[in-house]
Design a protein. Structure first.
Length: 250
């Protein structure tokens, strides 16, 4: 069941979303060759607590860390470790923050030092696919329209869209209905209504779309070991369009 949010609930969510977005701003200058993903996790953990929040991933269904760090061919749910970033890597940092009982969820793929042109293109296409999806969000369009906008743009650039993982409703719970697929057909699926709040978070692979989960039961990687990039925002459907909640507070 899709939980429509009242304006005052959306405003309460905005604070959690701002904190998540501000966390990504904080972490950006630390993303450089030589840092470990454990160090990134500690920075996110400390910043969240210092600003009155709770890192939602920590202990969520047993996840052992406060943030997901997905490097190179890791698609999502990468567990921070002693892995050291090197020049030419890409890393998705996925932050979900709880503040006053509400969740804010956002992620970004960062470049580590100098990357090859095709890697930069992959990251740019992943980001633009999210922006194009957000641009069409308004009451009356369907979830299929969102998925189609992403899929059409990504495949035009000869990349692929991960099928197994998707965006989701969000609020007092980390994951709510609906599921927001990043592929689809126009005019199919649930029609958007004012008060819906959800994430769009396309995972875009340089190679084929197939993925697999590793033995840790969390880390998802591309089967062909091609690179993967992802961006994510939390947004609310308004009477006439969309309100992106996970923008930085300043």
């Amino acid at each position: 069941m899709i939980k429509l949010k009242k304006p005052e609930e959306i405003n309460a969510m905005r604070a959690a979303c701002h904190l998540a977005a501000d966390t990504l701003v904080m972490i950006e200058p630390h993303i450089r060759a030589g840092i470990t993903t454990n160090a990134i996790n500690q920075l996110v953990h400390d910043y969240t607590l210092e600003h009155g929040g709770i890192p939602a991933p920590l202990n969520y269904h047993g996840f052992p860390k406060s943030v997901c760090t997905s490097v190179n061919h890791v698609v999502c749910h990468g567990i921070p470790s002693d892995k050291v970033l090197v020049d030419g890597d890409i890393i998705n940092v996925d932050v979900t923050t709880i503040l006053n009982g509400w969740h804010g969820d956002t992620s970004r793929t960062f470049l580590v030092g100098e990357v090859k042109p095709y890697v930069r293109k992959l990251v740019d296409v992943a980001n633009e696919s999210l922006e194009r999806a957000i641009a069409i969000v308004k009451p009356g369009i369907t979830l299929g329209d969102i998925g189609h906008a992403i899929q059409q743009y990504v495949e035009h650039h000869h990349f692929s869209v991960v099928r197994e993982y998707c965006g989701h409703g969000i609020g007092r719970d980390f994951h709510e209905d609906p599921q927001v697929l990043h592929y689809g057909k126009p005019r199919e699926g649930t029609a958007l209504k004012e008060g819906m709040v959800f994430t769009i978070e396309p995972m875009i692979n340089a190679g084929r779309p197939a993925v697999k989960k590793l033995r840790d039961n969390w880390t998802v990687v591309t089967r062909d070991k091609s690179l993967s990039a992802q961006f994510e925002h939390t947004m609310a459907v308004t009477a006439h369009g969309v309100d992106v909640l996970t923008l930085p507070s300043s």
